[in-house]
Design a protein around this ligand. Structure first.
Ligand code: ADP
Length: 162
């Protein structure tokens, strides 16, 4: 019997999308062709880019992926769209503790939703959106870490902020 592929969600801030995120998206769709990149609205986290800007940058980098936004609990959103899997990327050991806590508490709330981790590819294991913003704000070159389009958006945004 052929099973329907599971709907999977890759949640994050994507502020902005980096080659690290793109690598996870490209690898995740091979396993879960029905992948949704879900941009989280976190009231405690102030972002540099608006939802619209982040969506635009993800679309530009990954034109065929589905993009949605959500606020509130991740597991409630995942359940509401009928998805069964949450994809997270794992970089260094520093990611582990937080991710472990999140995965366990989500499993406690919704045991039917599975969190799956993908190890970061070696060359992106230290890349984070926060690092990219810091480098860009200090005038550094971030073209090794984010697509050209994001480099352009970052410099436009930082020009406006200054
Ligand atoms: P960041 O931590 O860079 O601000 P997000 O909140 O957007 O990123 O993260 C969304 C998901 O993507 C998280 O599971 C995070 O661990 C993962 N991720 C972020 N950057 C990378 C990377 N370079 N390699 C692998 N996974 C990553």
């Amino acid at each position: 019997m052929k099973q329907k592929p599971l709907l999977a969600v890759y949640p994050g801030s994507f502020d902005p999308i980096t080659y690290g995120h793109i690598d996870i998206i490209q690898r995740a769709v091979r396993v879960f062709p029905d992948l949704i990149v879900a941009i989280v609205g976190n009231p405690q986290k102030k972002t540099l880019f608006s939802y619209e800007e982040r969506i635009e940058m993800i679309k530009n980098a990954c034109p065929s992926v589905r993009i949605e936004t959500f606020s509130g609990l991740l597991v409630d959103y995942v359940e509401s769209i009928g998805a069964g899997v949450v994809i997270r990327g794992l970089r260094a050991i520093s990611d582990f503790e937080y991710e472990f806590q999140m995965a366990l508490s989500n499993a406690k709330m919704k045991p039917d939703i599975e969190t799956l981790f993908m190890m970061s590819s070696e060359q992106y294991s230290y890349v984070s959106s926060r690092l990219i913003k810091e480098i860009a704000m200090l005038g550094g070159d971030v073209s090794e870490f984010v697509p050209e389009y994001v480099v352009k958006k970052l410099s436009e945004k930082l020009r406006l902020c200054n």
